[in-house]
Design a protein around this ligand. Structure first.
Ligand code: C2E
Ligand code: MG
Ligand code: MG
Ligand code: MG
Length: 287
């Protein structure tokens, strides 16, 4: 199409592509150095049990403190890491760092770590995870690994085998961003997930009839299949109440806390816990 629109447009198009490629390559080079230069860090966002009114654990979220650009979000650099072969190493760094830190937290707190689909290309993933558990001494029952539906798109033998091997270690497997991928329901029958994370897009406009219907269906499904369920992206008390009315008591989102650096967690556990017990309108659900 560029050619039809004339030579000028084509040149412009070419220059733009060029600039974009160069920016990508620069980012990739910086990212390679980032691992060596200790520029990666983990932030943690609590998830809460609104019935027990406590923080029940934290999700580790990767951050890159770029020397010139400041904090870069994972949405920007994780795709680059995945395409340039850096994700396997970065993913293991995340896992090991999160486990090493979580060992020092109160023992009833869980730690949830995101896994990229490309990490499953390594035949040693389950063994690597086991090594991290041994090395850090974290009780596997405290570890949750989050995967997205895209992992199961090809549903290869090796992916299913690795998921089973991870589960055999005593780790829980969560399906992240549930409802945003393709034909999610089938996957639930082919692999025994421990937890479903309802995607934030449904929670954001829970007042819309369609979204509420989807949330209701996912909660019903999870009950029938005996899978735990958590709602992501809870930003308001209103959303919190609606979710409770639907029978979903585990939640995560800015309403409770943003992701914070490790040093903040002790304070955060107390603050969020206090707010949960002070908030009279967060009512326990009668079983
Ligand atoms: P995710 O795993 O679904 O994580 C939730 C994202 O939603 C996080 O963004 C979190 O900061 C954000 N969030 C939490 N509560 C709210 C809320 O109430 N409102 C809104 N608007 N957003 C909320 P973040 O940290 O930018 O991470 C984005 C994605 O990057 C993650 O989505 C995950 O897919 C990926 N990611 C982050 N860290 C890692 C990692 O260590 N490994 C891998 N493979 N992926 C990661
Ligand atoms: Mg996640
Ligand atoms: Mg998510
Ligand atoms: Mg996401």
């Amino acid at each position: 199409r560029a050619k039809v629109e004339g030579r000028g447009t084509y040149r412009f198009f070419e220059a733009e592509m060029d600039a974009r490629l160069q920016a990508r390559r620069a980012l990739e080079l910086d990212l390679r150095a980032a691992i060596e230069n200790d520029e990666l860090e983990l932030f943690y966002q609590p998830f809460v049990d609104t019935v027990r009114r406590v923080v029940s654990g934290f999700e580790a979220l990767l951050r890159w403190r770029h020397p010139e650009r400041g904090l870069v979000s994972p949405g920007e650099f994780i795709p680059v890491a995945e395409e340039s072969g850096l994700m396997a190493r970065m993913g293991l760094w995340v896992l090991e760092t999160a486990c090493r830190q979580a060992v020092n937290w109160p023992a009833d707190l869980k730690i949830s770590v995101n896994l990229s689909p490309v990490q499953f290309r390594s035949r040693t993933l389950a063994a690597d995870v086991r090594d991290v558990l041994n090395k850090t001494g974290l009780d596997p029952r405290r570890l949750q690994l989050e995967v997205t539906e895209s992992l199961l798109l090809q549903e290869t033998e090796i992916v299913l085998r690795t998921l089973k091997a991870l589960r055999d270690l005593g780790i829980a497997i969560s399906m992240d961003d549930f409802g945003t991928g393709y034909s999610s329901l089938g996957y639930l029958s082919r692999f025994p997930f421990d937890k479903i994370k309802i995607d934030q897009s449904f929670v954001r406009s829970i007042e819309a009839r369609e979204n509420l219907a989807i949330i209701r269906a996912v909660i019903g499904l999870s009950r029938a299949m005996d899978i735990a369920v958590i709602a992501e992206g809870v930003e308001t008390l209103e959303q919190c109440h609606r979710l409770q009315d639907e029978g979903c008591s585990e939640m995560q989102g800015y309403y409770f806390s943003r992701p914070e650096p490790e040093e903040e967690l002790a304070r955060l556990i107390i603050d969020v816990g206090l707010r949960l017990s002070a908030e009279r309108s967060i009512l326990p659900i009668s079983a």
